[in-house]
Design a protein around this ligand. Structure first.
Ligand SMILES: [Zn+2]
Length: 523
């Protein structure tokens, strides 16, 4: 366990699922959180903070499901929670109990380290706060958990009363905390301030330090780097810089800077090359449009202005870019070489690769995305390799109407006309929405011929309206996730409206599912 190539000497700690989820407009289901955790594990982070069990019901469920559904190969799962409440015994605090029940190898406790916050927000005494830190850390460490401490508002607290802020750090370490992460919770600091204070704490205590920065001055990544320069060996951040207000330190930028600019290996070998793909795949799960100017992994990060530089770039790209985009997987639509069908592409040789690349580029220009739609990509690969798309049924037409009556829920009715097994079927299906109705109609139409369809279930559905390209209307993109009870896969569809896009994704999802079930393709 742990980072195979970097050991425990440097920690990359992700808090997308806890602090990142505070972002305005971002709402993650338990299913989403599990999917993001898998992506983070693939990126090779050492720790994934899953949420606050006990305080947030969805997070309690996440940790429960993670025990059986999440097999992590790099990362250790971490539960977040507060020190015990003032005036109660640690073993009687229900939130501390919930941390234990989350059964994670690591627990991160947040504690106050600012005298003003202890008195006014916590409404307790400075001594009681130290007792809360000591007893909660010791209790969890005594149960065999690795305990990290997040010292909230540390920098502001240190400026107000450095002696007390340091006492919190020392108390935690003496009670058994492995490290103390210093938090710029209000995000108001600049790099020189952070460097100075981290160096002072490092010199004054010798305790292992971490850094947790918010981006309110636009310096979260720079502040984190300053902390590392001053001796911190544990960095916290979120994928794509998600977080409340202006966000947290963008873990992707931070890690790329540490590896490529500081020469510090913090991820397993080769993992950084997956950064672009993973950053984009996570944005499909969060349904937050990727920021094209995001450093390293944004679509524009290595896009050069045409004209003066264009010909010179061809001669020597190093003259015009600060890093090689391949190091972060951001070259020329990294998709083809990185996706699931890699082995089969390589076998079919270069010609197929270039055909698939062209096809992917053309489809992406229309609004498709394949980073999160593994099944659609595999269908596309098969089509290019075999010269024909796998097709269990031929769609003649479909139609759906939605009826709304006063005092009753809207109902949809779909009519689907398909040809399958030499027969033409015209069937209707009802549902609580147009996609549901189409799904039912399609199942009826081909269920006799392909009974395997009964095993397939639509489990997730995401819609994104893409900005209109030049001179055209906005495009709707739908990602559908289906399962056969054992595995799940995602497909993509686009269209002028949600129903059209959904139908395409649905047909792909069913086709892929039938292939997986071993249904026989008509000759
Ligand atoms: Zn925070």
């Amino acid at each position: 366990m742990g980072l195979a190539s970097t050991g425990d000497r440097f920690h990359v700690y992700d808090t997308t699922l806890r602090d990142g989820a505070q972002q305005e407009g971002l709402s993650l289901s338990v299913h989403d959180k599990l999917a993001i955790a898998r992506h983070l594990d693939e990126l090779g982070v050492g720790f994934i903070e899953g949420g606050w069990p006990g305080a947030i019901p969805k997070d309690t469920e996440f940790f429960k499901r993670a025990q059986t559904e999440l097999g992590l190969s790099n990362a250790s799962l971490t539960a977040f929670g507060a020190t015990r409440r003032p005036g109660v015994r640690v073993e009687d605090d229900p939130l501390v109990r919930a941390l234990v029940e989350a059964e994670t190898p690591v627990v991160t406790l947040v504690a106050k380290s600012h005298v003003g916050h202890v008195k006014r927000a916590l409404r307790t005494t400075l001594d009681e706060n130290l007792a809360m830190v000591a007893q909660t850390v010791a209790f969890l460490a005594g149960l065999g958990r690795r305990v990290f401490l997040d010292a909230e508002h540390f920098f502001d607290g240190y400026r107000r009363d450095p002696g007390y802020a340091l006492a919190v750090v020392r108390t935690a370490a003496e009670a058994g905390a492995e490290l103390v992460a210093l938090c710029d919770t209000n995000g108001g600091l600049l790099p020189d301030d952070v460097g100075e204070i981290v160096a002072a704490v490092n010199d004054g205590t010798g305790i292992r330090l971490g850094i947790h920065c918010h981006n309110d001055t636009g310096c979260a990544v720079a502040n984190s780097l300053a902390a590392v320069d001053a001796g911190a060996t544990h960095v916290q951040g979120t994928l794509n810089g998600y977080g409340e207000r202006t966000g947290n330190a963008d873990l992707v930028t931070l890690v790329a800077n540490l590896e490529l600019k500081r020469g510090l290996q913090v991820l397993p070998d080769g993992a950084l090359r997956e950064a672009t793909r993973i950053a984009h795949a996570v944005s499909e799960v969060t349904n937050v449009v990727p920021y094209s100017r995001q450093p390293y992994v944004g679509a524009s990060a290595f896009a050069h202005k045409a004209g003066l530089h264009a010909s010179a770039i061809k001669v020597d790209p190093d003259l015009y870019q600060h890093a090689n985009p391949e190091q972060v997987g951001n070259d020329m639509r990294m998709l083809v070489s990185d996706m699931a069908g890699r082995a089969s592409i390589e076998l079919k040789g270069r010609e197929l690769v270039s055909r698939v690349t062209d096809r992917v580029k053309a489809l992406e220009a229309q609004g498709y995305t394949f980073e999160a739609a593994d099944a659609s990509f595999e269908l596309l690969l098969r089509a290019e390799a075999d010269g024909v798309s796998p097709q269990f049924f031929e769609v003649e037409s479909w139609r759906v109407i939605t009826e709304s009556r006063p005092r009753s829920e809207a109902q949809s009715e779909a009519t689907v006309k398909v040809r399958a097994g030499g027969e033409r079927a015209v069937v209707t299906g009802e549902g609580n929405g147009p996609v549901n109705a189409l799904d039912h109609a399609l199942r009826t139409a081909i269920g006799t011929l392909y009974p395997e369809i009964d095993k397939l279930e639509l489990i997730d559905y995401k819609v994104r309206i893409l900005d209109a390209a030049h001179g055209s209307d906005a495009v709707t993109r739908v990602l559908v996730e289906m399962t056969d009870g054992k595995n799940s896969w995602e497909t993509v569809g686009i269209g002028a409206n949600i129903v059209e896009a959904s139908w395409e994704a649905l047909v792909d999802g069913v086709t892929y599912g039938l292939l997986r079930q071993g249904a026989e393709l008509p000759r």
